[in-house]
Design a protein around this ligand. Structure first.
Ligand code: SF4
Length: 240
């Protein structure tokens, strides 16, 4: 792969650091045959784009093995279905769940609630901004940001270019939260570690949903883009 830098003769005249308004541009990226390589093909697709609820389970289990969950007494009872109330103090519920799995189940439920709050807000925001400014608003964060959507690019495997492209990721997030919530239903899951793995997935979806809402409002409402504000003329040391 060869990177061509088009020559841009510039006469800096004296002190380089006092030079203003100069630009650096990098030309097309080509492969060894001289064909242009598109930005989308620079990185090969990973093994799990848009991972489902169980796709990252083995990795979750590694994490949970290293950072073992701690269960503090939360509630001895379960009131989540009409077979109950069930007393789980050293007993199993009518559905067969024990206190440890019930604690993990409640944690997944809590994670889904929090994630849904952020994701619902991101959906409202995105649809409102598309309605007001159009689908084609570019995801331009200026020269200092190389990867506009780091979580979406890694998890979904795509580099979105405009507001419309964010919809696909948000559809995926909403679908996953629906699956995760269904695992909280009576009799769907019985192992605390599997609930914990799903809680980690809910956290991943939460962060992705927040990223989508955040990037949408930054580009559409022209919010601060993390520009580096530093005067090169004021760097250096003073001897007096
Ligand atoms: S979900 Fe299970 S433990 Fe909870 S009330 Fe229903 S049967 Fe009892």
């Amino acid at each position: 792969m060869v990177i061509y830098v088009p020559p841009k003769p510039k006469d800096f005249k004296g002190n380089f650091w006092k030079t203003k308004d100069f630009k650096i541009s990098i030309g097309k990226i080509t492969d060894k045959n001289g064909s242009e390589v598109s930005e989308d093909t620079l990185t090969p697709m990973g093994p799990t784009p848009k991972p489902g609820v169980t796709d990252l389970r083995s990795w979750d289990l590694k994490l949970l093995n290293r950072y073992e969950p701690f269960y503090a007494p939360f509630c001895d009872m379960c009131c989540l279905c009409t077979y109950g109330k069930c007393d789980l103090l050293e007993k199993k519920g009518a559905c067969g769940i024990d206190a440890e799995a019930q604690q993990a189940r409640m944690m997944l439920l809590v994670c889904c609630i929090g994630s849904a709050a952020h994701i619902g807000h991101a959906r409202n925001l995105l649809e409102h901004l598309i309605k007001k400014y159009g689908e084609d608003v570019p995801l331009d964060l200026g020269m200092n940001i190389d990867i506009e959507t780091p979580i979406m690019t890694v998890v979904v495997g795509k580099k979105p270019k405009n507001l419309e492209d964010l919809r696909e990721a948000l559809d995926y997030v909403e679908e996953q939260i629906s699956h995760l919530l269904s695992a909280c239903h009576t009799g769907q899951e019985g192992n605390s570690i599997d609930f914990e793995s799903k809680s980690l997935h809910a956290g991943l979806m939460d962060n992705l949903g927040k990223e989508i809402g955040d990037i949408a409002q930054i580009v559409a409402l022209n919010l601060p883009k993390g520009d580096v504000r530093c005067s090169t003329g004021r760097t250096g040391t003073r001897n007096h």
